[in-house]
Write a protein that binds this ligand. Structure first.
Ligand SMILES: CC(C)(COP(=O)(O)OP(=O)(O)OC[C@H]1O[C@@H](n2cnc3c(N)ncnc32)[C@H](O)[C@@H]1OP(=O)(O)O)[C@@H](O)C(=O)NCCC(=O)NCCS
Length: 175
């Protein structure tokens, strides 16, 4: 197996992030909360801003890199405001099809959970996943998430609705 490193991307590499996100939306449109068309129309500055802000103030964004190419990613959005700043939401979990089944998503998830564990404010980590996405559900369970509820008609793909699960991982910060 080629060596995989887990990295953050500087804003100057925004076009690689955009290309990976658009590929994810093209390959697995039902797995994400935006469409290819919506993200393709997003201004360059917004991609740069997302990477700029992904060092733990508003979000974290990690990428898996193989031979200089980004081949996977995971993000966490941090809620703002005193009543909710203990909460983070996992987003943008994706590994390119040819690299799947090698533990890369699990390594990405473990790495972002370490960042969240190290962030003193974060206690509640949540995510949503389509109920038919067995590989993602197993992945999340393998890093401590539990299903806490069924979300009827979570996403709309074309004219069809797909149910999903809310999954939560409560971090033990000794309180
Ligand atoms: C879900 C996804 C990120 C998994 O990536 P991956 O790198 O292949 O996952 P890993 O190899 O790290 O596997 C981690 C765990 O996921 C589960 N898993 C992965 N692929 C699986 C499959 N095809 N069937 C069943 N379980 C699977 C396993 O439990 C595995 O743990 P194990 O190796 O201890 O058995 C990848 O399939 C993907 O990008 N899918 C499309 C986008 C998507 O659905 N994202 C999630 C949105 S909520």
């Amino acid at each position: 197996m080629d060596t995989i490193s887990i990295i953050t991307l500087p804003p100057s590499r925004w076009s690689e992030y955009k290309a990976l996100r658009l590929q994810a939306l093209e390959n697995d449109p039902a797995a994400f909360a935006t469409t290819y068309q919506e993200d393709a129309a997003m201004p360059d500055l917004q991609w740069q801003d997302r990477l700029q802000n992904s060092e733990g103030q508003k979000s974290y964004m990690l990428f898996a890199q193989c031979e200089g190419k980004v081949i996977g990613m995971v993000g966490a959005l941090l809620e703002q405001g005193a009543c909710v700043e203990h909460k983070a939401t996992i987003v943008s979990v994706y590994v390119q099809p040819e690299y799947r089944g090698q533990g890369i998503a699990k390594t990405l998830m473990q790495a972002i959970m370490q960042l969240l564990q190290a962030n003193k404010k974060i206690v509640h980590v949540q995510l949503t996943v389509n109920s038919d996405n067995a590989s993602a559900i197993k992945l999340y369970e393998s890093v401590g998430f539990k299903k806490v509820g069924l979300l009827e008609k979570l996403v709309k793909v074309g004219d069809d609705f797909i149910d999903g699960y809310m999954m939560v991982n409560i971090l033990d910060k000794g309180k």
